[in-house]
Design a binder for this molecule. Sequence first.
Ligand code: ATP
Ligand code: IP8
Length: 247
Amino acid sequence: MLIVKIGGSVITNKGKYRKIRENIIKRLAYEFYPNDSILIHGAGSFGHYLADIHHLNDGLKEENRLEYSKVSRDLQELNTKIIEYLIRNGKPAITLPLHSFHMVGEEFNYRRFVDYIQRGFIPVIYGDIVLDPKKGMSICSGDQIAFHLAKALRPERVIFVTDVDGIYDKNPKVYDDAILLETVSSKDNIQFDGIFPDVTGSMEGKMRAMRAIARLGIDVLVINGLVRGRLRRAMVGDYVKGTRVLP
Ligand code: ATP
Ligand code: IP8
């Protein structure tokens, strides 16, 4: 079994509110294989944009309640597009929205994922708003979800799909001389500076989640979803350009 997290930077334009990249979603839905895998997707500009403006990661307040609803609506819209293309490709995907079953601090209910996989479905989940016992509400990234699921289900591999070839020594979108790293470990000194609003820590937050998964002894790969064929090759276990994350 594989866990694949398709980042919001791939399926949306993170610089523009609710800007979807439908052709990319279409292709990635086609490339997604084999079926006994879990798909997690990020929020991109369907989540981070409003969450950033209204400080939704700081918690629920009288004046931002409606904004959680709007983010939830936007994320469901993005999710519906992804499910639609998976179904068009004959892939039986079913969404299990995090906000409907999880509260921060509770044990993650991974059993439902197993139940769907056993019946031949592809469970899909996404970075989402979430119930929080201290803050009322908060945000949980798809990267954190990947960690919880990996810890419980011990997949063969966790693949993080982004809009760059892997992890570089510094942001390749800012520095032309950034160097792609074939492997990264805690010893590497990496610079992370984001350019778009991201309330879940951007690439730095992702690195924390990826290292935590790697410490479980699970293979972790970062690849570029904008390049045709890489997701399929990574999923079937062929070599693909990217970065392997070591503990
Ligand atoms: P989302 O959180 O919306 O799901 P995502 O998972 O696709 O998004 P981001 O958090 O946007 O991923 O991270 C990818 C971005 O990280 C790249 O577009 C890149 O510009 C940026 N970045 C910053 N520092 C680095 C680095 N050292 N190596 C690679 N990418 C980096
Ligand atoms: O895009 C963030 O999830 P991510 C979820 O996986 C929200 O970091 C609501 C911004």
